[in-house]
Design a protein around this ligand. Structure first.
Ligand code: ATP
Ligand code: MG
Length: 246
């Protein structure tokens, strides 16, 4: 049975999709079959991250509306054979939560070790709907006040919809963020969001390059190590949280 991991943030552009694709890749590299499902109708990007954009014909709307065989909506990443994707609907008006998303997720549980559901920005029906079946929710926040406040709001909506196991990822941490939040101490972010910290990912231009160019992130790079550690923790391995010096 899969573990369903939901990725949300409230605020847009803080790294949800990056988290989903790179942690999905890191889990797959650990030998775990992983499926990414992107809910961001009309604004998909995980097909780019996984170098699949030129081959997508069917998407999540086809899966949910039974317009084709389910298998046709599932694409395997060319650089990682254990990593699959159901891309978001091309139609921005399509709402997965109105079309039986929980039923699909529960049905898919039998075939992958992990299913990562990448939510759109905001705290709308997609987040609430995915939370109702998720085993664990990841709140991605940038170390800045608005992002933290919005992640707290997303955490509240997730809890209200039945998912109490939440973890916080602080993304794009750099020198200025650390200065703002005191060296090596993100306690105030953790307290505001109300979720245990599962990792801090540094700002690293290699992340941007990898996702933009549709290439795997080197898991030995600065950010790659942080992503791999989070994947290991999600996969049940004990790894101490260490903060590097910025
Ligand atoms: N740790 C990082 N270091 C450098 N760049 C990063 C990092 N994390 C994310 N980015 C970059 O930030 C941008 C936004 O990331 P991403 O698309 O994952 O955010 P998102 O939260 O999914 O956005 P949206 O709300 O639009 O869905 C991307 O260009 C990505 O490459
Ligand atoms: Mg996204």
């Amino acid at each position: 049975m899969s573990k369903i991991i939901l990725t949300a943030s409230g605020k847009g552009g803080v790294g949800k999709s990056t988290f989903s694709s790179v942690v999905g890749y890191a889990l797959a590299k650990r030998g775990k079959k992983t499926l990414l499902i992107e809910l961001d109708s009309g604004l998909r990007c995980l097909d780019n991250h996984l170098a699949l954009s030129s081959v997508i014909t069917f998407d999540l709307s086809d899966a949910l509306c039974s317009r084709c065989e389910l298998i046709k909506t599932i694409y395997t990443c060319p650089f990682c054979k254990s990593l699959d994707l159901i891309p978001a609907s091309f139609d921005e008006k399509f709402s997965p939560s109105d079309h039986g998303l929980p039923r699909l997720l529960v049905g898919l549980r039998h075939y992958w070790n992990y299913i990562i559901v990448d939510c759109p920005a905001g705290v709308g029906p997609e987040v609430a709907c995915a939370a109702s079946v998720a085993d664990i929710s990841i709140l991605v926040a940038a170390p800045e006040e608005i992002s933290v406040k919005d992640a707290a709001k997303a955490a509240k909506v997730i809890s209200e919809n039945g998912n109490s196991k939440k973890r916080l990822v602080i993304n794009s941490a750099d020198k200025s963020a650390v200065k703002l939040y005191k060296p090596n101490n993100f306690d105030n972010i953790i307290d505001t969001v109300g979720a245990k910290l599962i990792g801090v990912i540094p700002y690293d231009r290699h992340v941007h390059e990898a996702t933009t160019l549709g290439k795997p992130l080197n898991l030995s790079s600065k950010a790659g190590i942080a992503f791999a550690n989070i994947a290991a923790r999600l996969d049940g391995e004990e790894r101490a949280l260490k903060f590097r010096k910025f």
